[in-house]
Each structure stands twice: as C-alpha cells, then as structure tokens.
Write a protein that binds this ligand. Structure first.
Ligand SMILES: [Cu+2]
Length: 144
C-alpha cells in the first residue's frame, strides 16, 4: 500500500521524466535541426566555410538553424543592425515569411523553416552596409 506522500513523490518523478523527454529531441528519436554557419563579413559579403560561392541547399520545409556571425562593414542602420539577411523567391522577388533578419555585431542563431516550394531563392542584405552593399547576396536552393 502506498501512502499519500509516496504517491506525490512518484508523481513528481513521472513529471520530471516527462519534462526531460519533451525537452530533448534526441530522446524522442527526432532529428536535430541542421545548423548552418554563415559569416556576414565586413567586406559586404556572405561567406560559408569551404565554399567559394556560398549557397544554402535545403529540403522543402526543412528545419534549419542559421548561426550567423556579423562583422560591421562601413555603415549601419539607426537601430544598430549592421547587415540584413532576407530570403526572396528568385522568380518574382517575393519575400519569404519569417526570413527578414537584421543582424547585430557578433553571433546570433535563428531557427527557421525552409520554403516548401522547390526552386531558386536569393538571400540579400537589407542594410546599406557599404558601397559594395549591392553585391551582398547569395543563392538559396530548395531541392525537389
Ligand atoms: Cu550588408
């Protein structure tokens, strides 16, 4: 026979185990988000390690974590952002919901979902960060 106190203890243990299970994707057998590291550099270019012409290739609706490090170019926005990071559909330049980021100096992480529609996309800087701002862009491809 378990008494009231033991029952409460048991309940707490079950609750704690459940909270742990909920907070850990790997325990649930789900795949972790893919982490993509990007440098938004002081020469008004996006850079990715090992890529001469950086591009991101994603699956439709893929869950991504973008870890973006921003270094100040020449100018910045009033709000302190030094580069932007906006995703547009290439064929009509329609912005993708949730992908209009403003970058502060240093490293920030953004959890984002890739568009579900396969095709070509563009990432562009939205902060006039230097005279070279216009060429601050990179490709983003959603594979079918
Ligand atoms: Cu920029």
């Amino acid at each position: 026979m378990i008494n009231q106190k033991d029952r409460l203890k048991l309940l707490l243990w079950v609750g704690a185990a459940f909270a742990l299970w909920c907070s850990s994707p790997s325990l649930r057998g789900q795949s972790q988000r893919r982490i993509i590291e990007i440098l938004a550099d002081r020469d008004s270019r996006y850079k990715m390690a090992g890529q001469k012409h950086p591009e991101i290739i994603a699956k439709p609706g893929e869950e991504l974590t973008l870890r973006i490090t921003a270094r100040k170019a020449q100018t910045h926005n009033r709000d302190g952002s030094i580069h932007g990071f906006m995703l547009l559909r290439a064929k009509d330049r329609k912005p993708v919901d949730g992908w209009d980021l403003l970058l502060r100096p240093g490293t920030q992480e953004f959890n984002l979902t890739a568009p579900v529609e396969p095709g070509e996309y563009l990432i562009e800087c939205t902060v006039i960060c230097s005279p070279d701002h216009d060429q601050m862009n990179m490709r983003f491809v959603v594979e079918p």
